[in-house]
Design a protein around this ligand. Structure first.
Ligand SMILES: [Zn+2]
Length: 97
């Protein structure tokens, strides 16, 4: 992957309201989007699922990661990203479908 590709990809994610957030505890990199102040959408990569102890434990217990959409530490990291302006809350998109 070239540097230009990476930048273009990152730009596309930002356009969609997605921002990369790293879990402050386990270091898992996920893509998060704030649909509203209370609703967060998180996209887990396979590598992030393995990196996060909470997700890995859930997966080991039967692959029920869908029931554990995030770990508490990642939630804190997302909240901090919002506070620091790294993750924008994309209000106005709810109910658009
Ligand atoms: Zn974590």
């Amino acid at each position: 992957m070239t540097r230009a590709d990476t930048l273009a990809e990152r730009h596309a994610y930002l356009e969609g309201g997605l921002a990369e957030v790293r879990c402050g505890r386990c270091g898992a990199d996920v893509r998060a989007r704030k649909l509203s102040p209370r609703h967060t959408s998180v996209q887990w990569s396979t590598r992030a699922e393995r990196a996060c102890a909470v997700l890995a434990a859930a997966a080991a217990a039967g692959g029920v990661t869908a029931l554990v959409p995030t770990c508490p530490d990642l939630r804190d990291s997302i909240d901090r990203a919002v506070c620091e302006g790294r993750l924008a809350v994309s209000e106005g998109h709810l109910g658009a479908a």
